[in-house]
Design a protein around this ligand. Sequence first.
Ligand SMILES: [Zn+2]
Length: 261
Amino acid sequence: MSPAQLDTLAMALVLGAVAANLGSFTTVVAHREGTGSTLAGRSRCPKCSHELSARDLIPIVSWVLLRAKCRHCHRPIPIRYPATEAAFAAIAAGVTIQHGASLATLALVLTCLGVAMAARIDLVTQTLPNPILAITAMIGISMFSLAAFADANWTDLIRGLTAAGIAFVVALTVYGLTRGGLGEGDVKFAPLIWLPLGWLGWGAAFAGYLVAAGVALIFAITIAIRQRRWRGVRLPLGPALASGVILVVIADLHWPAELSR
Ligand SMILES: [Zn+2]
């Protein structure tokens, strides 16, 4: 293994572990579970309120070792915990392995995780949380700027910011025209999604649009079939947009290929 590959592997492992913990935190926030907040004080079992020790709070591992049951009350721990933790770890590791250890990759991973957190909460509450959108935007813009500064290459940053600006104007126009067809959160979410896509290239920005539209269509059909009706189906646009950007960044998808840069 070359030193560069070792760096990438180490970064994937560290960011994967951080992401799994973020996934755990996000599940708690999304479902408003637990009497003790994970931000302040110790975590507690949402069912028996027993304080949880460190060995019961290791993402995925604790759930497997505990055989999906609380150590104290033996009531089941929902599968959504390890599932979200594994998905977040896979996003961080996948993006790192695809793009290799660098500051730009760290920026890509952090924005993808912020986007995933917002979308995961939106899936339950049907609202994209403002604090997570704001923090992700701040971290994203400063990390991409830092990466551009370190490489003395501003082209990717300018393209990323331009793509984000275009996405914001388009989303705002659709919001104005459809009067509620698009949520306020989606208008703020769109530029956040197209910042990393634009950084990767115009081809990635366009591929992101296509993949997000495809995922939205699959969501719409699935919901319509489950609810047995086509009218008034509420589309989870946030999670569809998030899936679009994450899939394109992990696969490094550029379409059309001529628009790669
Ligand atoms: Zn319990």
